[in-house]
Every structure is written in C-alpha cells, then in structure tokens.
Design a protein around this ligand. Structure first.
Ligand SMILES: Cc1ncc(C[n+]2csc(CCOP(=O)(O)OP(=O)(O)O)c2C)c(N)n1
Length: 320
C-alpha cells in the first residue's frame, strides 16, 4: 500500500506539536511537576498510527505518550488538564503526564520503562478470550527493548498468536545511552524472527510511511496471525525530559536533527510538491491550530486543582 500525503495527517501532526508546545509552557512556573517528556520531533509516528486504530483497540504507551493519546482519540481538553494537574483532567489530576488512563478509548501509559508491553499483552489475551478482533498496541522506546518484559511479551504473543503490535520508537537514545552501544542486533525489527512475529523497520519521520506499515502490522495482528514488531526510526528534538542538559549529544547533531529531520517541515515539502496544498494554506492551518491550542490552554489554566485533602482519592473504584 502507498497512501498519502494528506492534509489530515499534517493537521494531526500539527495538533500533536502544538499540544506539546502548550505543555512546555507549564514547566517554568511549576504548573507541571516532575519530568515532562515531549514527543516533539516524533509526531509522524502518532499521525501514522491514528487511521488504523479502532475504538475497541487498546494503546498502552510510555512516559512519552501525549501524541499516542491523541492518535487513539483521547479528548484534548481532559488530556491537557490532566497534564496540568487539574481536577478536570482525565484522571482528576492524579495521574499527571506519565499516567493518563482513559477507559473510554482504551488508552493508558506507564512511566515504568518496558512495562507498557506486558500490559498490552494482557489486552491482547483478553481480546482472544472474548473472541473479538480488537488489537492491542504496546509502545516502547529503544531503551525499553532490552527489558525482560519485551522478550516475555513477544514470546508469549508469538507462542499463542495473540493480536499484539509492538511499536518501537527508535529515537537512537535511551536518555544518554546510544542504541548501538546496547543492542546485540543491528536493527530492532529483526528481533521479530525470534518470536515468529511480523517485523519491519521504517522511517518514522514520514507519516505516510508509518501509516502504511502500521496498517499492515495491525492487519496482521487482527487477522489472527500473531504479533507484529514495527520499528519506527525518529529523532528526539529536545532533552530526554525538560531540564535534561542533553550534553551527551554534540550541538551539531542536535542542530542537524532539527534542520533535516523535522517531520512537519518534511511533510510541508511533500504536500506542496504533490500539489495537495500550497505554503499559504499550510501556514494558515498552522496559525489556526496554534491559536486554538492557546485558547484551550488558557481555559485549562483557569480550572481548579485537586484539593490537597483529596490527594489520595480515586486510587480504587469509589461509590458514586
Ligand atoms: C524500569 C525503569 N527503569 C528506568 C527508568 C528511568 N527511565 C525513564 S525513561 C528512560 C529511558 C527510556 O528510553 P527509551 O525507551 O528509548 O524511550 P525515550 O525516552 O527515548 O522515548 C529511563 C531509563 C524508568 N522509568 N523505568
């Protein structure tokens, strides 16, 4: 399959970028506590995932999760409010940016590296038991692929042919550790062979490439042929988290990444070359999107925070 380029994918990437830029505004004044990990630079993966996901499918993401949530259809306002620790948030401000949980869309995330995968496996097994054709997506970074959970998850999914897609976002670093220093295999996708899984490595900076490969991976898993392992290469534009000095990457490398590998810039060129839209149309879309996100952020900032006395509420199901 060879789809795109489309304005819809551009719009999705823009929304993901604007969303994370809005989150950045919460850091200096401590509106967002703890470590904020943005997906700036990795939006093509989120935009590429979105079209193949059905409401019943599950996505279990990582500490770097906002764009996956948007791809799954989590509502913008409660997600932003959760990250800004508001009572109006998805988890009433108790989950924060690393632990959004949305039963309505089957989206969740965990800050424990590698732990998203066994949780996704649980969804996949539940789908098998229920006899549905839903698929579970477990997301991990290149740092998460060397955890026991990665191996155990793919092995069980392969042995039982469970409907699981493991999406590896290979942005080349686990914090400061380069992937080539810690991986026994040249690619991460080639590990699929060990689990009898479908495997592919793609350019994760192009939403069309991601969309096509992700659609194939999901179709494979949905049709009962077992798990799929999709490695999408990408670049982390900022430090590992806001506050990371990021001095393990040379300045030239970071400049080159922003100059040559920005998925939004690359997609603008693709859209204009294909005659889908001109620069003025894309500029207008970007300006509109930015203004809408600024308005949403202003609204969310005015929301109430949870009261300190209620900090421990909602850990368990409560009577209404
Ligand atoms: C089990 C566990 N060990 C260590 C950490 C600290 N930690 C947070 S993110 C991270 C690196 C993750 O790298 P990667 O999986 O490549 O994701 P990326 O940050 O590049 O998106 C580490 C070691 C953690 N959160 N959980």
């Amino acid at each position: 399959m060879n789809t795109g380029p489309t304005l819809e994918r551009f719009r999705r990437m823009l929304e993901m970028r604007h969303f994370d830029e809005a989150c950045l505004e919460g850091v200096p004044g401590f509106e967002i506590h703890g470590e904020l990990h943005t997906g700036i630079g990795q939006e093509a993966i989120g935009a590429g995932m979105a079209e193949s996901l059905r409401p019943g499918d599950a996505v279990v993401s990582t500490h770097r999760n906002h764009y996956h949530a948007l791809a799954k259809g989590v509502a913008l306002r409660p997600l932003l409010a959760e990250i800004f620790e508001k009572e109006t948030g998805l988890c009433r401000g108790r989950g924060g940016h690393m632990h959004p949980f949305d039963p309505a869309t089957n989206f969740s995330a965990t800050g424990i590296v590698g732990a998203s995968l066994p949780v996704a496996l649980g969804y996949a097994y539940a789908y098998r038991l229920r006899g549905t054709d839903d698929v579970a997506i477990g997301v991990t970074g290149d740092g998460g692929v060397n955890t026991g959970g990665f191996h155990e998850t793919l092995n069980m999914a392969g042995a039982w042919k469970l409907p699981l897609v493991v999406l590896v976002e290979n942005n080349l670093y686990g914090i400061s550790v380069p992937i080539e220093a810690v991986s026994a295999t040249a690619t991460l996708a080639e590990r699929a062979a060990a689990y009898g899984a479908w495997g592919r490595k793609v350019d994760g900076t192009d939403p069309d490439t991601v969309a096509d490969a992700f659609a194939e991976a999901v179709t494979h898993a949905r049709s009962g042929r077992g798990p799929a392992l999709l490695e999408a290469t990408c670049f982390r534009f900022r430090g590992h988290f806001e506050g990371d000095h990021d001095n393990y990457r040379p300045r030239e490398e970071k400049q080159r990444i922003r100059r040559d590998h920005d998925p939004l810039t690359l997609y603008r060129a693709k859209l204009t070359a294909a005659g889908v839209a001109d620069q003025a149309t894309l500029d207008a879309l970007a300006a509109q999107g930015k203004a809408a996100m600024a308005a949403l952020l202003a609204e969310v900032r005015a929301d109430a925070q949870p009261e300190a006395a209620g900090a421990l509420r909602y850990r368990f199901v409560e009577e209404a």
